[in-house]
Design a protein around this ligand. Structure first.
Ligand SMILES: [Zn+2]
Length: 292
């Protein structure tokens, strides 16, 4: 049996064992993209459905593809705690996006292990004149589209990311392109979050090689630090390449391409002719230089 077939069977079993019973505990929205939610979370489920549907429509029209995806928006009482801690939104690998139904600010800091930088986060929220709920919600919206980005790259393109960091980066590109194009007001809160984490969290690991090597063993804070840095790379490249970038990524990292990329070759291909953006970003990230 091929690995792909084995994975597909595993995912189907996962759906039968975990998702199907969960569906019975939820309510669902009657119109639009199939969306299940914890009782009481209808408002946020409808808002996330609208955001995800907008992004789907945008990319379906842009690339003539069809997204076959369903949403599940869960509160902490109904979360898949046995699989992943509450709050960590995920794409099941098949057709489910599992999103959280929001949380309080104190929950937010404890869920993502941000206690070490709690004072800086409080300060950034004040200095940027946003509210904690705005910051939490803008991050959830970005993450929802980041997960949709994983689905898109996996299922609807010919791209194959060469390693973990590029795979995470390209999902941020996907999320950021849509949000920059259609929902730019979400960017501020997320930008404040990423800047605060990238500039204040003291990471144990900073190199791209470490990210690939320790991917599933990084602390939550260190993981958030890397992701924040990836977002800034995605945003800088978006300002250079705009809506043409994802096609370039597909061409540069194509499934048919069997070549083994060197780390330098990957950086060159990620950069897609955008001057020195990516090499500079790598240097800044690996030396943990402050993002202005
Ligand atoms: Zn991801």
């Amino acid at each position: 049996m091929s690995t792909v077939k084995a994975i597909l069977i595993f995912l189907r079993l996962w759906e039968i064992k975990l998702i199907d019973p969960k569906v019975k505990e939820t309510d669902s929205l009657v119109v639009g993209l199939k969306t299940y939610y914890s009782p009481g979370s209808e408002k946020i489920a409808a808002e996330l459905q609208q955001l995800v549907s907008g992004a789907i429509k945008y990319y379906e029209e842009k690339y003539s593809v069809h997204f076959n995806i369903k949403l599940m928006v869960l509160d902490s009482t109904r979360w898949f705690k046995a699989v992943v801690p509450f709050g960590f939104v995920f794409y099941s690998g098949d057709k489910w996006l599992v999103l959280n139904a929001g949380m309080t600010y104190s929950q937010f800091k404890s869920v993502y292990n941000l206690s070490e930088i709690a004072a800086q986060l409080d300060g950034s929220i004040k200095a940027n004149k946003i509210t904690a709920p705005d910051l939490i919600y803008s991050r959830l919206k970005f993450l929802s589209l980041h997960e949709l980005g994983h689905y898109f790259v996996d299922k609807l393109t010919e791209a194959k990311s060469p390693n973990f960091w590029t795979n995470e980066f390209v999902a941020w590109y996907f999320a950021n392109e849509y949000i920059s194009q259609r929902e730019p007001e979400i960017k501020k809160g997320f930008d404040v979050f990423c800047r605060t984490v990238a500039n204040n969290y003291l990471p144990d690991h900073k190199s791209l090689q470490d990210f690939n090597e320790y991917y599933s063993n990084l602390s939550k804070g260190n993981f958030a630090w890397y992701h924040s840095r990836f977002y800034f790379l995605a945003d800088a490249l978006y300002k250079c390449s705009g809506v043409a970038y994802l096609k370039a990524y597909e061409k540069n990292f194509n499934k048919q391409d069997t070549m083994n990329f060197t780390p330098e070759g990957i950086i060159e291909r990620i950069n897609a002719n955008c001057n020195e953006i990516t090499p500079k970003w790598v240097k800044a990230t690996e030396s943990n230089i402050i993002i202005p």
